[in-house]
Design a protein. Structure first.
Length: 220
């Protein structure tokens, strides 16, 4: 039998990457395409959901209008987001130290993100973290981000090729999605506050563990 591997599955934006301010600016730029006023960070932390079309629906944008102007909204988001991060990307406190510790302990480290795959790789390269990851998996198109929930199926397909040490493995993220994915693939979940989703909504998703910073993540 193949050796059981411990997996550490990370979300990227808002989890390892501290890009919340740029994300809010981008979301507000997209919202302006539909003639809506800007929202604050706490408001977006209550609005954010996946697929992303429903975030804008919760903000008052009818789905048919979103679909009509989705390309314009995506372009507005990316332009503002990229301008806001033009001076480089900032990691969340403790990100590099946690990845180093996981590597030392023999973890297979994966990025599982709803971000567009090409941009995800560029951001990871920009932070100098590429060497830590055994696998990077984002969405292929903006349409996938807008209309689909794919994290569970992508992770199931990937883990299916391995003998997974379920007791030591975990998935961590800043949204309400990771606890659901963790239960679906039968590994523990960790939710981290300070990202795209409010602490109350994270707690409601019932993660295995709720932490406030990456320094609080305990590993075997």
């Amino acid at each position: 039998m193949r050796e059981a591997l411990p997996f550490a599955v990370f979300d990227w934006n808002g989890t390892l990457l501290d890009d919340v301010d740029a994300w809010v600016e981008g979301c507000n730029a997209a919202l302006s395409v539909f003639g809506h006023d800007a929202r604050s960070l706490p408001e977006w932390q209550e609005l954010y959901t996946c697929p992303i079309v429903h975030s804008y629906e919760k903000a008052g944008v009818p789905i048919d209008l979103y679909l009509q102007k989705a390309d314009m909204a995506n372009a507005a988001f990316y332009q503002v987001y990229q301008n806001a991060t033009a001076d480089g990307f900032k990691l969340r406190k403790g990100a590099r130290a946690l990845l180093e510790k996981l590597k030392q302990k023999g973890y297979h480290i994966t990025i599982l993100s709803n971000h567009r795959h090409d941009l995800l790789r560029l951001e990871i390269e920009n932070t100098g973290l590429s060497g830590f990851f055994d696998h990077i998996c984002g969405n292929l198109t903006d349409s996938d981000i807008a209309h689909k929930l794919t994290k569970t199926e992508r992770l199931k397909a990937y883990l299916g090729a391995y003998n997974v040490d379920g007791a030591r493995s975990f998935i961590i993220g800043d949204s309400h999605e990771e606890p659901y994915v963790g239960r679906a693939v039968q590994i523990p979940s960790i939710s981290i506050t300070g990202g795209y989703v409010s602490e109350g909504r994270l707690a409601h998703a019932k993660p295995g563990t709720l932490v406030h910073q990456l320094d609080n993540v305990l590993i075997d």
